[in-house]
Design a protein around this ligand. Structure first.
Ligand SMILES: [Zn+2]
Length: 266
């Protein structure tokens, strides 16, 4: 079984679904991560923006991919300039077909960042065409449509996120912290700008501990927010679940079988 996590930037695909990805990796799945842009705009430092940052982020992504036992590919599209063009759609179709995943994870189409929106749009536009032989005939089409899952967001319009799949991650959430810690130029620098630049001077262990607290709070927050759904799905087991990731099922991909849902929510 194969899972492909697709994000717009080199720290999206791992940190947005890392608990699930680690779960599947431990269950013997092949994990692949993809960033559709090169991440070259994620800095406040003029001398770093562009090619030097893109190279740094590729290396950081590769380290994170290794945590999940897989490749973390980074496409060459410039950060902040992604467009949902036909050429980009066909690039995504070919990329997905060559890996042929059973499950794709990505963000929803509602999002504050144009790169996130267009990445979701490209995946959504590609999903039906993955199985159409006459589209991109140079790359063998998939026999089965993959299941497409969207990771959590808090956007309310046009409709709020639906927690269709609930993944208990008490035993895998540390891999999200480890993955995020690989993206040093982001979590320990760019994301401190402009209000918390003092954190960039903290020793690495203090930065990682702070990151761990942040992620644990977020995953415990999902657990509280979706308490009714967790209790309905897991019954008595709900008491022992403290942290979750949640995913919405795309209408345009395959619908997960009972068997697959049981694996995802194990
Ligand atoms: Zn992003």
């Amino acid at each position: 079984m194969r899972v492909l996590s697709i994000g717009a930037h080199p720290d999206d695909a791992d940190t947005s679904a890392g608990g699930l990805l680690m779960k599947l990796f431990r269950a013997g799945w092949e994990v692949r991560l993809l960033s559709v842009t090169d991440g070259s705009a994620g800095t406040y430092k003029k001398e770093l923006a562009g090619a030097p940052l893109a190279a740094m982020r590729r290396a950081e992504a590769a380290r994170s991919g290794a945590i999940f036992g897989g490749r973390y590919d980074v496409m060459d599209h410039p950060d902040g300039r992604l467009e949902p063009t036909l050429a980009n759609r066909e690039e995504i179709i070919r990329y997905i077909r060559l890996f042929s995943p059973d499950v794709i994870v990505t963000n929803r189409i509602n999002d504050y960042h144009a790169d996130h929106r267009y990445t979701a749009q490209l995946v959504q536009d590609a999903s039906y065409l993955l199985t159409v032989p006459a589209v991109c005939p140079d790359t063998p089409c998939m026999e089965h449509m993959p299941v497409v899952l969207f990771w959590h967001d808090g956007f309310q319009k046009p409709y709020p996120f639906q927690p269709d799949v609930i993944v208990p991650i008490d035993d895998t959430m540390e891999s999200v912290v480890q993955a995020a810690s690989c993206h040093e130029c982001q979590y320990f620098d760019w994301l401190c700008w402009p209000d918390h630049l003092e954190r960039t001077e903290w020793p690495l262990e203090k930065q990682i501990a702070h990151l761990r607290q942040r992620f644990e709070r977020m995953f415990a927050g999902y657990r509280r927010e979706y308490d009714a759904q967790v209790r309905k799905k897991f019954g008595d087991r709900a008491e022992s679940i403290g942290h979750i990731e949640v995913f919405e099922i795309s209408e345009y991909g395959a619908q997960p079988s009972e068997n697959l849902l049981a694996i995802l929510e194990r």
